[in-house]
Design a protein around this ligand. Sequence first.
Ligand code: CP
Length: 323
Amino acid sequence: MKQFISVKDVTDIDALVKQALHYKANPFVDKALGANKRIGLLFLNPSLRTRLSTQVAAQNLGMEPIVFNVDKEGWALEFTEGAIMNGTTVEHIKDAAPILGNYFDILCIRTFPSLQNKEQDYSEKIIHQFIKYAGIPIVSLESATLHPLQSLTDIITIQESIALNEKLKNKQPKIVLTWAPHIKPIPQCVANSFSEWINAWGAANFVITHPEGYELAAQYTNGATIMYNQDEALKDADFVYVKNWSSYNEYGKVLCTDSNWMLTNTKLAATNNAKVMHCLPVRRNVELSDEILDGPNSLVTKEASNRVWAAQSVLAKILSSLS
Ligand code: CP
């Protein structure tokens, strides 16, 4: 694997999940794989889980991770070709990225969308410029439109749950991605990525439910059933993935704040005793109720813990491809 920015970089999802679960059982089995290799983790935006789990994963593989909070500690980067840099930006990506490419063997980057300019965000301008100019493998720690390490983690967590539940072992699970309310505009990344990965995985009956106006980009959702009635969508679900996102069509706008979209135990009663997932951080009692988050059906802690094994399996695959 030469880069990890979407599911398209993965040839075999099940093999990657298997490797992740192997690392969960044997965290230090490949401690020698990353010896004398350096990994840089660049954050242009905040993070708790991605930052820490990727560091742990790198250390499990024998690498020394170096974290750089570009947004707070670095020079303001310019990404526009031919820019006359007489404004707030101080250093062009085409000057900075090749240097980072010399310092590190693998470069991981977190960047969020502007939610102002759809074309620019969906072109993944920032991460593609790192790919273009760094000259080393790039790993997305969440980009403008996708969050592939999160989605790999989500499939690992679903697979684990299926393996522990006799009733789910021999059936196609019903997975429902449901929109949830939020107080501010949130990127579509997690929902796009979850949809893309579940569709590519192909092992589930996949339903997406959201209010009208919250349709995601079809390139990610093609293959899923879209329903505007959440109660109907939740019927017989085995897994419910809860996430807010802002509108894609009316780009970055909050069109609905209806608290009835928040998942509660009453709504969960229509499901097949579904396990509930969320990538975190979560706004309690806005996006998701206390009773769900603190209840027996919540997978959120396990899901966040699995971030280590997802990152470790991806980094190992990239390390194996380095000459
Ligand atoms: N789920 C997730 O990516 O969490 P962080 O933003 O804390 O990294």
